[in-house]
Design a protein around this ligand. Structure first.
Ligand code: FRU
Length: 484
């Protein structure tokens, strides 16, 4: 470890020591979501199951609840439910990463846990350089930095060149990187390597102004390219899409294309872009294939530049969290997302209401209240209008005539009501994961997902149902808590 690295890690530890009590006393601190101990967490990084253990690294600024020179924080888990916080994996100590060890991924290279990440560098005039770097570990805990493996920008691209996602296919290593052309189009660039160290640029596989897309953003962040069943999927976070009706309402988007990857040309032949999540806070997701062959996605429950400086937790020294892990499957060209089965282990104290009638407003169900819970709602008869009020702070509304599902909340800064919506033909089921200050809603078995933060009065624990009815639903509720 270099002296500079030691110094930065010590500063981070001091920041944790100094702010921990204040952070942990915040009633909005989450109970079953991954957070940084203090400061700011953004993208999930290096998501992998390695020798049986799940590793989740994350973009972390330990120094303050705002962006800056990022570290890689690190959690491990045997079961996706109980997580152990590990020592800092990467600190931005070297010349090639001095303004941040930015996002990247993990693979097993020659039996070592190997991180690929972007070294972000800014000079005194604010000019950016980006280096794709490697760090390796034998024990999965301490990493040995080997510096840049790609230190040149490809021709025609700016220094907005980051977030390498690496995988192995047919005996070759591939890397997809988020990039921006000199005329400000977002692209996903493909690299290839025989040994994981010596990389060749193969060209863009998809991007703005590349068929079938026209205008499609000025930068693509965090691309992730993988196969699912017999299809290819490209998950990406494009910046610069204009809002269109119910779509693209957040400052930046995160979504996917389904298609077919031709690694030789190279080109990803794909259909239309669809958002992965309809909620307010979701960005920069990353997937991994675990040892059971499941494709598991975790996202950042936040969006860059979207009122980040107005989150109520900032005054307590922390901001943001990651989403729960979701297993991906394809139905046709549509991604279906379901919470990892393992999360059932968090359940306790089942309350069940078989086929209750909701007719009118503000109906509470006995035992269905709290701040940290899972709710499963199966619909046997739907009314023209159905809603669930969450702790007086947010509402889920199905409008059968308009065929829309709406998530409405009070904005955490100005307290005005704001909404996100999607088209929904029919409402069959809702599955809700509520934490102290977050909502993850899975609709009709994961056909649609809404992920958002919300900040209800901590003592308001009311869940109320309403319908212009009648509607008939079965409701099951569990408290969610640590399993050991
Ligand atoms: C996405 C992102 C990445 C970058 C990282 C920096 O949220 O902007 O493109 O690597 O965050 O923290």
């Amino acid at each position: 470890m270099t002296e500079k690295e030691q110094e930065l890690i010590q500063q981070a530890e001091e920041a944790v020591g100094k702010n921990k009590n204040k952070v942990e006393a915040d009633p909005y601190r989450l109970r079953f979501h991954l957070m940084s101990p203090v400061g700011l967490i953004n993208d999930p990084n290096g998501w992998i199951q390695w020798n049986g253990t799940y590793h989740m690294f994350y973009q972390w600024n330990p120094m303050k609840p705002g962006h800056g020179a990022k570290f890689w924080g690190h959690y491990t888990s045997e079961d996706l439910v109980n997580w152990t916080h590990q020592p800092i994996a990467l600190a931005p100590s070297e010349w090639f990463e001095k303004n941040g060890c930015y996002s990247g991924s993990a693979v097993d290279l020659d039996g070592r846990l190997t991180l690929y990440y972007t070294g972000n560098v800014k000079d005194d005039e604010g000019n950016r350089s980006s280096y794709q770097c490697i760090a390796q570990s034998d024990d999965g805990i301490t990493f040995d930095k080997q510096g840049p493996v790609i230190d040149e920008l490809p021709d025609g691209y700016t220094a907005h060149f980051r977030d390498p996602k690496v995988w192995k296919q047919n005996g070759m290593w591939y890397m997809v990187i988020g990039a921006q052309t000199e005329d400000l189009k977002g692209h996903a660039l493909l690299y290839r390597s025989e040994d994981g160290r010596d990389w060749t640029c193969m060209g863009p596989v998809a991007g703005a102004e590349m068929a079938p897309l026209q205008d499609f953003g000025y930068m693509w962040e965090c691309p992730d390219l993988f196969s699912l069943g017999d299809k290819g999927v490209l998950v990406v976070s494009p910046q610069g899409l204009e809002a269109e009706g119910m779509h693209y309402r957040n400052v930046y988007q995160a979504g996917y294309f389904a298609g077919e990857l031709d690694l030789e040309t190279p080109k990803f032949h794909h259909g239309a872009f669809d958002e992965l999540d309809r909620g307010f806070e979701f960005y920069a997701p990353q997937t991994t294939e675990d040892e059971n062959g499941r494709r598991i996605l975790v996202g950042w429950m936040g969006v860059p530049d979207q009122q980040e400086d107005q989150h109520p937790t900032i005054e307590n020294g922390w901001i943001h969290c990651l989403t729960i892990p979701r297993v991906l499957t394809l139905r046709g060209d549509r991604l279906i997302q379901t919470p990892a089965e393992e999360l059932r282990a968090l359940r306790s104290g089942e309350v069940s209401h078989e086929t209750v009638t909701i007719d009118g407003g503000g109906q509470a169900l006995e035992g269905v209240a709290g701040d940290v819970m899972e709710l499963e709602i199966d619909v046997s008869r739907m009314a023209p209008y159905f809603e669930i009020d969450l702790r007086g702070e947010a509402r889920i509304i199905f409008d059968r005539e308009a065929k829309t599902l709406t998530f409405e909340r009070r904005n955490f800064a100005d307290r005005l009501t704001e909404k996100r919506q999607c088209h929904l033909e029919e409402l069959r089921s809702l599955r809700l994961f509520l934490d102290t200050s977050s909502v993850e809603l899975f609709v009709n078995g994961g056909e649609e997902v809404f992920t958002s933060r919300y900040f209800p009065a901590p003592d308001n624990r009311e869940i109320r149902f309403g319908a212009t009815g009648p509607a008939e639903v079965s409701v099951r509720k569990w408290a969610l808590g640590q399993t050991d």
